[in-house]
Design a protein around this ligand. Structure first.
Ligand SMILES: Cc1ncc(COP(=O)(O)O)c(C=O)c1O
Length: 376
């Protein structure tokens, strides 16, 4: 084989790596990170993705996982065992709350949900066995923004870990580890990969000891990411900064347009001065407010249907953060697994539409939304 130097990392689409002899096997175990054995334990493509995200988030190291859900699972199981208790923000992705309240409770990890109003004063929710607080930098779907530095103070005071889902903000806006968080995780499926063609996750840790636990959970539970998905995600990650700038500037224009529209009752976007955490979002997001927003038309499913059907090209696709704009419906998709009381409490009603603003020309997006709203 000639000596070749590919500019990009090739895809190591292999489940296993061969060893020269027993000495090479001993070297693998004796010098961790120097060679590979089995893709479930580690692979150059998953390592490349993890290292790139770690660099962006400023951690001690990161572990790539098969999805955002498995990233949350790995983070919680790295820290908690049966008998432990976790705190979780009430305003969070429905899948995250379902994982905690419907699955981890079955294996002996209990959960209490903390309303946003109480998130900086946790003492009434703490138990002697509480291990961590899980929340999102910007909540899904109503874009509540949390103060990472204040939360880190509060969690440190109570000796619990701060675990942050940074999917909506991305490290381009906010680096929670630098503000005192202990673990950051992402649904890489979203902005980090950015093209709606990958399902992946990542966990970034501040402490080496926690990192090793996450690594072990990933390996023994089989939460690993495939080499090809890792390769695609690492490819997308290269343009993260550029994409985020366009997502964010488009979103400001779209939010302002929606806000003045007579058929729109409310817009949830941290980049609007009326947003209750506007100042915090501005400071914590380096002047950027992200590409996600929600807005409310009349509380009538048929009106939502008419809006969706009249959009010329924007699809109703229950995910987010791709380069092309899409809408989703929290009540019927991301927050479907919640009880109707929980949905009501979170203000997720029949007229709430979530908008993931892409990187198209802003005028095109506004023309599309205009067509949709005309049908409401
Ligand atoms: C904020 C947030 N965290 C985690 C997840 C779960 O990620 P995945 O779908 O990659 O498992 C999602 C999915 O929508 C999400 O929006």
């Amino acid at each position: 084989m000639p000596h070749i130097h590919p500019k990009t990392t090739p895809i190591y689409q292999t489940s296993v790596f061969a060893f020269e002899d027993l000495n090479a096997l001993e070297q693998y175990f004796g010098q961790p990170g120097q060679s590979y054995m089995y893709t479930r334990y580690g692979n150059p493509n998953t390592d490349e993705l993890a290292q790139q995200v770690n660099k962006l988030e400023g951690g001690a190291g990161a572990v790539a996982t098969s999805s955002g859900m498995s990233a949350i699972l790995a983070a919680v199981l790295a820290v908690c065992k049966a008998g432990d208790h976790v705190l979780c923000a009430e305003d969070i992705y429905g899948g995250s709350s379902a994982l905690l309240s419907q699955e981890l409770t079955r294996i002996g990890i209990s959960v209490s949900f903390v309303p946003s109003a109480d998130i900086y004063t946790l003492k009434d929710y703490l138990q002697p066995n509480t291990r961590l607080l899980l929340l999102e930098t910007m909540s899904n779907p109503l874009l509540e923004v949390f103060d990472m530095a204040r939360l880190a103070q509060e969690t440190k005071q109570h000796n619990i870990l701060l675990v942050v889902d940074n999917t909506f903000a991305t490290p381009v806006l906010t680096k929670p580890l630098e503000l005192g968080a202990d673990i950051v995780m992402h649904s890489v499926t979203k902005y980090l990969s950015g093209h709606s063609d990958v399902t992946a996750g990542v966990v970034v840790c501040k402490e080496e000891a926690v990192l090793q636990r996450v690594q072990k959970v990933m390996m023994v539970y089989g939460l690993n990411l495939s080499p090809f998905e890792a390769w695609l995600a690492a490819r997308g990650l290269k343009t993260l900064r550029l994409r985020m700038r366009q997502h964010c500037s488009n979103a400001v224009a779209v939010a302002k347009y929606l806000q003045q529209h007579p058929k729109v009752e409310k817009v949830w976007y941290p980049g609007l001065e009326e947003h209750p955490q506007y100042a915090l979002a501005k400071q914590q997001g380096q002047g950027l407010f992200g590409g996600m927003m929600s807005f409310k038309i009349q509380d009538d499913k048929e009106a939502v249907n008419r809006f969706m059907q009249a959009l010329p090209t924007i699809p109703f696709a229950p995910s987010l953060a791709g380069v092309t704009t899409s809408i989703s419906y929290p009540l019927g998709a991301s927050h479907r697994s919640l009880t109707s009381e929980q949905q009501q409490e979170m203000s997720i009603t029949a007229g709430v539409i979530r908008l993931s603003v892409g990187i198209e020309e802003p005028e095109e997006l506004i023309a599309e939304l205009e067509a949709g709203l005309a049908a409401v």
